[in-house]
Design a protein around this ligand. Structure first.
Ligand code: 8YV
Length: 313
């Protein structure tokens, strides 16, 4: 086994970095002075890239690795991986599906409840000692309301199941109707937004969903509507969303993802109808441990059998 057989694009948790280095002899690409130049010079021996949804894998990096056979990624989203370039060369790409569904759905619901009920706002209100000066404004009921889900995939389905516990009416929009799903399929996203009190975005990121939640969809959700995003910032026309939140054309938002992470749009920072989270939906000890284990299982499976366990396509 060549010393440079496995290449790690960006840092994961420190113990995972150590495991990759010590057990698998992985080279830390991010520690090279010029990562792409390093790949062009030494990439001939690399058979496997280990990366994450955050660090991705560019077409330029793939092109610099002529013997690359697999890209093993930590995270479920693969919009940051140049999939076409990988598949064109028959390179396998794996992700970590399912193990994060519960925690992402939990956070989607947390953001929804917080955006509607003003939990973080109330916390700021109490800490700023504003309570003695007057009562907290009334908020928006969650139970029994209409929930629209954009993307009834693995995560969207758990969001729908959580919503059942809040006696919500549920409808979803997807590329196609899901066989056997007990919830109402709405083929028209604008109609779904118009109908919804809350719209949770849980679809995949990438070119196929870029800007899907447009100004028109945001305004259809309307001044009382609340938008929750646990997918990717790219799915929403962020400038239109910021303007609608500031102008009262959209009631509120709970956002875990943004277009320019780790930066949230500055205009959102002053708005009390918005709850902001630092892309933390899968960030629990339990889920990150499960994602790490699955990443390493995919790597081991590829090294032992030539096949990853969780190919993305
Ligand atoms: C990760 C994610 O936190 O899985 C994904 O697609 O976005 C998150 O769970 C992160 O992106 C991993 O790098």
């Amino acid at each position: 086994m060549s010393a440079f057989q496995i290449l790690q694009v960006g840092p994961l948790a420190p113990p995972t970095n150590l495991t990759l280095q010590e057990r698998f002899g992985a080279v830390a690409l991010w520690q090279q002075a010029d990562p792409l130049a390093w790949a062009r010079e030494h990439g001939g021996a690399v058979r496997v890239v280990v990366t994450s949804a955050r660090h991705g894998c560019t077409a330029a990096l793939i092109a610099a690795l002529p013997r690359l056979e697999a890209i093993v990624s930590f995270g479920v989203g693969y919009d940051s991986i140049a999939l076409d370039a990988a598949l064109a060369r028959g390179i396998q790409v794996s992700n970590t599906p399912d193990v994060l569904n519960d925690c992402v759905a939990d956070l989607a619901f947390g953001l929804l409840i917080d955006a509607a009920r003003g939990i973080a706002y109330g916390d700021r209100f109490v800490r700023a000692q504003r309570w003695p000066q007057g009562g907290f404004p009334l908020t928006t009921r969650v139970s029994g309301k209409k929930l629209g889900i954009l993307g009834l995939g693995r995560i969207g389905e758990i969001v729908a199941r959580r919503a059942g516990g809040f006696d919500m009416e549920i409808a979803y929009h997807n590329r196609r109707q899901r066989d056997g799903a007990p919830w109402r399929f709405e083929p028209d996203l604008k109609a779904l937004a118009t109908w919804s009190d809350f719209l949770v975005v849980a679809c995949v990121g990438g070119p196929e969903t870029e800007g899907l939640v447009s100004r028109e969809i945001i305004e259809a959700l309307g001044p009382k509507g609340i938008l929750v995003n646990v997918s990717r910032g790219s799915v929403i026309d962020e400038a239109a969303m910021v303007a609608a939140l500031a102008d009262g054309k959209l009631g509120g938002a709970g956002l875990d993802v943004f277009r320019d992470e780790p930066n949230a749009p500055p205009a959102l920072l002053a708005l009390d109808n918005v709850v902001l989270a630092p892309h933390m939906a899968s960030g629990t000890h339990e889920t990150r441990a499960a994602m790490t284990a699955l990443t390493l299982e995919n790597l081991e499976a590829f090294l032992a059998t030539g096949k990853v366990l969780n190919p993305v396509l």
